[in-house]
Design a protein around this ligand. Sequence first.
Ligand code: ADP
Length: 297
Amino acid sequence: MNLRPQKFDDIIGQDDVVERLRISVFGCKNPVASMPHVLIDGPPGLGKTTIASAIASELGVNMYTVNAANVRNIKGILPYLMTMTLNSVLFIDEIHRLPKIVEEFLYPVMEDFKMGLVIEGDPESIDIPHFTMVGATTSGGSLSQPFYDRFTIKEHLSFYTSNVLAKLARSNCDSMNIDISDEDLLNIAHRSKGTPRILNARLQWYKSYTSFYPEEKSLEKIFGMQGIDKNGFDENDKKYLDILQKNRGNPLGLKAMSSLTGIAMETIENSIEPYMIRKGYVRRTQRGRVLGKGNGV
Ligand code: ADP
């Protein structure tokens, strides 16, 4: 089942971002021109890929997708650049993972649509059609400044409120054939850490659980079985908060957090902390992480 909205009108939330992109897309259709390069930054699961594909679909062009983690060198990006057609979209996910040499190779590509290659020992400049690069990153700050500057449009996605997530959930319940009250839906939204991808996973679990146990309606019980509490925190989140609690007054660095919790540093930085920080559970100070005032567990 495809829960990914195809058009701007189907995207729920991120209203300001969508509105700005809608205006930019309109500008590129009248008269037709390629859209300036776009960088979308934000924690995982908030809709970066969804918005990128909506841009392509609104422009009425093809979107080609590559994950930067799979691009080790210039050769790795060439086949994608050679495939570009006029005004099409190249979506580069996790763009902060591109090796520096590829970033540098992309500067003239992004600016002048020229690839500088050495062919049989001779440097050549090859023209490619004007296209739009859409980069997605969970870590906007780690792009080098010249690369970052080449994205004319920069958008940041923020966590969704529970009310917006509940609205999104209602529309997904219709496609997933889930029969549920508004109150329970809001409750599930509260357990989704402001993130549509997590919300969809919660709904999927709710659907499976209630078809297995048709009489069971207690959300405590349904999500308790997965170790998810009323704030939406799972075992990893709880382990993370627990370590901070035990080390009150002793700020912890990322490495220390990772070895004490057994959770990968990248997971801590990209998946656990952004929401905790946003909600005030955790503060990142110069000396390390400390518990914040929002800590309600
Ligand atoms: P990201 O690329 O930021 O990791 P995705 O775009 O892959 O996130 O979104 C994760 C899931 O959440 C997708 O299945 C998508 O359908 C859903 N989703 C994300 N944002 C929205 C939104 N604003 N409205 C509806 N569904 C959304």
